[in-house]
Design a protein around this ligand. Structure first.
Ligand code: TXA
Ligand code: MG
Length: 374
């Protein structure tokens, strides 16, 4: 197989195969995916959170290819994906009792746990750390692929570094076509943002990245859990323990502002801000993006309104990354966004939204003269 040597930057043919809940895989196609991983190549595959860019998790060379394809700094470690709990023993030094309980409660599912690494896990995978991140995804297409491959699969989100994580195979194609061997198209993912990361190497479980599994859900299983102080720091002056959290992710091309406060007041403030941009800054209505939800979209009078999901269904994060990519395609100059604080899950969405906005927050007065929001 002719793999890309990034020194020569030769484009490769990216093969597409399809997975769906009704028909699963074509056996010969799954065998081809396995062969690629066995030979050190890269396969992007759907998970329930976002698409992953998979390579053999025990091979330095595969790690090097992953970093090259994504253009990702190699100090940012990768998550190993497994399909059976028994695989955990081979890649970790110690499995704490809390991990067993969390796995019983949430695996397969959108939870990544950090362990002390076994010697067989190369430092190229862990970004030089003595610890390793492991997740068992719930997506049946991911599980079947991992089961066929049988080695732990290192998989970061399958986007170019700095772009929104992919929630559809088209997003992977936009970023990685010609740079990886195969893309498994499994349609739109279910959750739409990355897994919760819990560090189990200290005395207390610590949440390093918020996700669909909330702190409260973790605490129901293990008693107390802490948040990484970097997640709570407004100034952003505390270094996060997950190296990837320090990078400015998911930045859309447009300048983005997040409006925080009571919902009706936020909608009014966004409408007002859009009108001001048009009248005073001479920005055309097509150059203004508004990030809303299914329930609120109709209440905007100007701008390109795109919805990221539904408050009622509690899935406002499901289309968020797709929406950020959409705004890039629309070439809007400014994005005015609603904020989401109604459920614990939405806190994880806010974490991504505020990163995309470079922490630009507008606190909206809720009418009582009290600023609401953060
Ligand atoms: O939902 C997900 O987790 C997706 C899908 C594909 O599974 N994967 C994902 O991978 O989001 P990635 O590489 O985009 O994000 C991995 C995060 C980074 O912030 C990285 O720094 C952190 O996990 N991480 C990995 N290993 C770590 C370790 N040993 N200690 C602390 N943080 C770690
Ligand atoms: Mg990522």
């Amino acid at each position: 197989m002719d793999f890309m040597d990034e020194g020569r930057q030769k484009a490769m043919d990216t093969k597409y195969i399809f997975w769906s809940p009704d028909r699963g895989y074509e056996p010969s196609e799954l065998a081809e995916a396995k062969k690629i991983i066995d030979q050190g190549g890269l396969v992007a595959f759907p998970t329930e959170t976002v698409y992953g860019l998979g390579g053999n998790g025990l091979q330095k060379e595969a790690a090097r290819r992953i970093y090259a394809a994504k253009g990702r700094p190699s100090d940012n470690p990768l998550i190993l994906h497994i399909s059976r709990f028994s695989q955990l023993k081979g890649i970790t030094r110690r499995i704490p009792d809390t991990a067993v309980r969390l796995a019983e409660a949430f695996w397969p599912g959108p939870l990544t746990m950090i362990f002390e690494k076994a010697d067989c896990v190369p430092y190229e995978i862990t970004g030089g750390l003595e610890t390793v991140a492991v997740r068992m995804p719930e997506h049946p297409g991911a599980l079947e692929f991992l089961e066929a491959v049988s080695v732990p699969v290192a998989a970061p989100s399958a986007n170019t570094s700095g772009r929104p994580s992919p929630t559809r195979a088209e997003h992977v194609r936009e970023d990685l076509e010609g740079k990886i061997d195969m893309i498994i198209d499994g349609g739109e993912v279910g959750i739409g943002f990355e897994s919760t990361i819990v560090d189990l190497t200290g005395e207390l479980p610590v949440i390093l990245r918020p996700g669909y599994i909330t702190r409260q859900m973790v605490e129901e299983v293990v008693g107390e859990a802490a948040m990484d102080p970097a997640l709570l720091s407004v100034e952003g002056d505390v270094a996060p323990k997950a190296p990837g959290m320090k990078y400015r992710h998911y930045a859309p091309e447009a300048q983005m502002k997040v409006f925080c406060g009571e919902q009706e007041a936020v909608i009014e403030a966004i409408n007002e801000s859009a009108r001001r941009l048009i009248c005073e800054e001479r920005i055309s209505p097509e150059e203004i993006g508004i990030l809303a939800t299914e329930e609120t979209a109709a209440q905007y009078s100007v701008g390109q309104v795109v919805t990221s999901g539904s408050r009622r269904r509690d899935d406002v994060g499901r289309y968020l990354y797709g929406v950020l990519r959409r705004f890039d395609e629309l070439h809007v100059k400014v994005i005015l966004s609603e904020s989401f604080y109604d459920s614990a899950k939405e806190e994880a969405v806010m974490n991504r939204l505020l990163k995309a906005a470079g922490q630009q927050v507008i606190e909206v007065d809720n009418g009582d003269g009290v600023g609401d929001g953060l």
